[in-house]
Unconditional design. Sequence first.
Length: 90
Amino acid sequence: PQKPKPPSPPRHSLDRASEIRQFLSPVEKQCHLKNEKAALQQLLPAYLGYTISLVTGNPLPLLVGAASLMGKDPMQEENANVHGFRGMGG
């Protein structure tokens, strides 16, 4: 009687989660850089208004700078997309 052949090992060792992580790594890095740049652009008017208010004693520049912080986060949608792709990877 012949012995049955043992199952052959898989030809490719594919791990979907690690594949997606590896694929999205550059995208996440780019998104992180864009987040930092957008945060700086959003905070700069607030810091500038605070500085001008301290120098001049006038609270109006501080209020104008603070109003810039009340705007919508420009990166919110892109961040949600990147996190959504990450969640699909498992």
